[in-house]
Unconditional design. Structure first.
Length: 191
């Protein structure tokens, strides 16, 4: 693994803590302790918690774009690529059961705080929406593509929220299977 700079380690730790504890409940001291650096060294890299939040969101955007690009390459067709999005609920079920969806929880928390960065956090949903819409468009769904993309996003957020509330693996598996069937039916109806 390549050597990470102190700044990168801070952003990675903050990302993890914001997800697990929430933005509001994570302090500079929490992040500094997770990275094992002094507060003085910490302030050398970030002056405010909002600066860290901006870096965390930027990190998530880069990682999301990379994931979507991999799904483009790995997926044989639009349906397979949409299934990659849906199946991430299974791949991340352990974390989702404990903390919810990282995108949804951050967006929701920032909205409740009326935080200036909430629009930036919603960029992640926009990336997913546009990417899913493109897949449905490639599948021949035309004017329904964006509506279908939003429905998949809504279903996935609902599953993540209820998985977090009930911590039920069987529920996640059932709902992912249902989502995959629904998407296949929608794509078949478009073609």
């Amino acid at each position: 693994m390549p050597h990470q700079s102190t700044r990168e380690r801070i952003v990675q730790a903050a990302d993890r803590l914001f997800y697990r504890q929430g933005y509001e409940h994570t302090s500079f001291a929490d992040i500094a302790a997770a990275v094992n650096i002094s507060r003085g060294n910490f302030y050398h890299h970030f002056k405010t918690k909002d600066d860290i939040l901006d870096a965390v969101i930027a990190r998530r955007v880069v990682r999301t774009r990379g994931m979507l690009a991999r799904w483009e390459i790995d997926g044989d067709d639009p349906l397979a690529r949409v299934r990659s999005f849906i199946n991430i609920l299974l791949a991340n079920r352990r974390a989702i059961k404990r903390h919810g969806c990282p995108v949804g929880t951050l967006s929701s928390e920032l909205a409740k705080l009326n935080h200036d960065a909430r629009g930036d956090a919603n960029t992640l949903f926009t990336l997913f929406r546009q990417w899913l819409g493109r897949q449905f468009s490639l599948a021949g769904c035309g004017t329904r593509a964006d509506d279908l993309a939003m429905h998949v996003l809504a279903m996935s957020q609902g599953v993540a929220t209820l998985a977090n509330a009930f911590a039920d693996d069987a529920f996640i598996e059932r709902e992912v299977a249902r989502m995959n069937v629904w998407v296949a039916e929608q794509v078949a109806a478009c073609g």
